[in-house]
Design a protein around this ligand. Sequence first.
Ligand code: SDX
Length: 413
Amino acid sequence: ERGLRVADKGFLNTAVIESSITYIDGDNGVLRYRGYPIEQLAARSSFLEVSYLLIYGALPSGSQLSHFTSEVLLHGPIHSDAEGFFRAFRYDAHPMAMLTSAFSYLGSYYGEANPSLQGQDLFTKAAKGDAVALQNMDRQIFRMIGKATTLAAMAYRIRQGRDFVVPPTGMSYTESFLYQLDHLSPTDQLSGPQSYKPHPVLAKALDILFILHADHEMNASSTTVLQTGSSLPDPFSAVAAGCASLYGPLHGGANEAVIRMLLSIGSPKNVPAFLEAVKKREKVLSGFGHRVYKTSDPRSFIIRKVADEVFAVTGRDPLLDTAMALHDAALKDEYFVSRKLAPNVDFWSGLIYRAMGFPMDFFPVLFVVPRVVGWVAHWRQMMLSPSGVKIWRPRQIYVGPSTRDYVPLEERT
Ligand code: SDX
């Protein structure tokens, strides 16, 4: 087979692209977006400013940021017939299943870059710097980021049987999202709508969490977006594929799995028995381990601090005692140390979302919303690559039966 070999299980050591978006050094716990350390961005930037940086490669000027912000917020609302789409789901549908389908639904609307020749033509022109094609691509990106929060909020409220609300202007992206999630609509209460203002500490905490989750180079979901995008469907369909990949408990679903794990452990005194079960492979230690980080996930230190700020407002979650006991015991245990397992971004984020009052199955949705930015940044980078878009079509090593003749049914035993 012309010297083919399986590229290490799970692409363990395979680079599929060259990228200038995000840099990770797994041995030293380094994460940089377009060269800027994640610690500086989390401390000093905002989610939409980081979004601009990831997509366009530079920190925006004041006017660039306000244009980007107003475009994204302008594209937030969605046609009212999307309500029918969400009402078609069963009352207890998982919000990630709804969101995955909703991105594909968006593609049915905004398919101006759908897999038609015009779509290919659009990308080719954009790659050559055609201003109209680039503007068209930007509009797709504004829609994707702007509507990600709207779709997420619809998936959240539909299960509570609540009307959808459109946020007022003048709020930040994250505050608008919190408004869409929590604002009491007129039908929610007898006394008429109250003016809802997100809590500043919680809005800031969510904005930092969005910065930390915005991109992470070739993780499973970003790779899925590019694999799908390489055959040139509309970008919403490629993002729907990425959303499905992130849903899994080995990836973005881990933040929900961590809380379920902590609840099942119950209290710090049960941690030793739980870790023994993990060593026997009877249980999984969710929120620990990472394909790339072999010392520590730099995001987990930042998130840990955000957790304390959130708990100061919401009250301390007793589940933190079990989380801390598990964290400390695993970091001292030879089994985990020898396998270089440390807490990852998902170990603490679920505790924050729980303290903020989100239902557990909504936690992966709170990972998708910011990660849409990383997905579209990589998608745009691929679409504009000077060498053009090449469909991703890997090979395999065939290990099945060699050639054999058909046996008619009556002759089969
Ligand atoms: C995210 O890729 C990204 O960048 C992802 C992400 C992003 O921002 O996009 O960072 C977000 O998805 C973080 C990861 C969230 N997932 C979890 O927390 C789920 C629990 N973690 C494991 O499933 C695992 O650590 C993975 C999936 C994260 C990584 O798996 P790998 O790289 O395939 O590692 P591995 O399975 O080869 O593990 C090496 C060894 C194995 O032991 P041996 O078989 O060699 O004896 O470590 C063991 C594994 O069994 N191991 C674990 C473990 N993770 C790995 N053992 C117990 N508990 C764990 N969590």
